[in-house]
Design a protein around this ligand. Structure first.
Ligand code: 5GP
Ligand code: MN
Length: 316
């Protein structure tokens, strides 16, 4: 029996199911979680999807009003984590996962620690939503307009609008199929990727102003503080995309963006061609993908900057 047969078996058996994803969820996390929610309902299940906080740009997705912030269920029969590489990144809601009778991880991070009892991880997939798409085909779930819109959201956000190297012909075939079903791809694209909140614009402007170059212009570095976020009244996800400002400058190979948090700082790294930022972040205790990775560090922005630049110097 394949892993997918085992997962299907567990879904059929389970009376209570919870869907979880990583903290600070992005479009892939929310899109995949909701697509799975709709799919399990189609399979006759009544799952919970628990996401305490998410960027309001995703509020238009079907059934976001059914997302729970917490649950009274202490021990689910089945917990499914999507788009999450480690148990640590489930953070505040890891207990729902750990307490469940059976735990499943569906993901696309090469640094996934295989923390489930059953793990279905495809590191080559450009988005976890695309991994789920393959699973739904295997399960004979009909990809409805609602499921398609959620999956499309995951793919658009994790591929930067179909432009990253992980995009495959399957990605475009899926999108073509959605268009045939009458989904307005351009409209979803504008909502989930193109339109920025005012706070996001203000933070991007601040970060751009502070951007510094290192290593002959091959490294771009910038940051935002908690105070900055308070000043612009930032909400969940308003820091998203700032790291791309540095990445897209001619000559830059690695872009580093630090966001000050309650516990220290959250680092985002992007590379263009030859630097594996997932390896760099792994050394510092984080992970991710070759060209997009991150790490949480319990220190000041200045200390994190120094540590990171030292690691980058060795690989640039
Ligand atoms: P972002 O910079 O957009 O927050 O994250 C980029 C990628 O790195 C995402 O795929 C994300 O899951 C991964 N990532 C970010 N922070 C961490 C971390 O602390 N640990 C691990 N393992 N992966 C991370
Ligand atoms: Mn993802």
């Amino acid at each position: 029996m394949s892993t997918l047969d085992n997962i299907l078996e567990e879904i059929k058996k389970a009376e209570t199911i919870v869907i979880l994803t990583h903290e600070n969820p992005d479009g892939d996390a929310i899109g995949t979680a909701l697509a799975l929610y709709h799919s399990l309902q189609q399979m006759g299940k009544n799952p919970d999807v628990i996401i305490p906080e998410y960027p309001r740009i995703f509020a238009f997705l079907p059934k976001t009003d059914e997302i729970k912030k917490e649950s009274a269920v202490e021990k689910y029969d089945l917990a499914i984590s999507v788009d999450c590489a480690t148990i640590k990144m489930l953070n505040g809601f890891a207990n729902y996962f750990e307490n469940a009778k059976v735990r499943v991880s569906i993901d696309h991070h090469s640094t996934n620690t295989m923390f489930g009892d059953l793990n279905y991880v495809s590191p080559d997939a450009p988005a976890c939503a695309q991994v789920l798409l393959g699973i739904l085909e295997y399960f004979n779930v009909e990809v409805t307009k609602d499921i398609g819109t959620c999956i499309l959201t995951g793919i658009i956000t994790d591929t930067g609008g179909f432009k990253y190297s992980g995009v495959t012909s399957e990605t475009f075939q899926f999108v073509a199929g959605l268009m045939e079903k009458g989904i307005n791809v351009s409209k979803v694209y504008r909502k989930v990727l193109q339109t920025k909140t005012r706070a996001n614009f203000e933070l991007t402007r601040l970060a751009a102003d502070r951007l510094e170059f290192f290593e002959d212009g091959k490294v771009a570095f910038t940051y935002i503080t908690k105070e900055d976020e308070e000043k612009v009244n930032a909400g969940s996800g308003d820091h998203e995309g700032i790291v791309e400002t540095g990445r897209d400058i001619e000559g830059v190979e690695v872009s580093i963006f630090i966001r000050e948090t309650e516990k220290g700082c959250k680092v985002s790294m992007r590379s263009n061609e030859y630097v594996n930022v997932s390896d760099v972040c792994l050394l510092l205790g984080g992970g991710g993908h070759i060209h997009a990775a991150g790490v949480s560090m319990q220190c000041s922005i200045e200390q994190a900057k120094e540590k990171i630049l030292r690691q980058i110097k060795a690989v640039i």
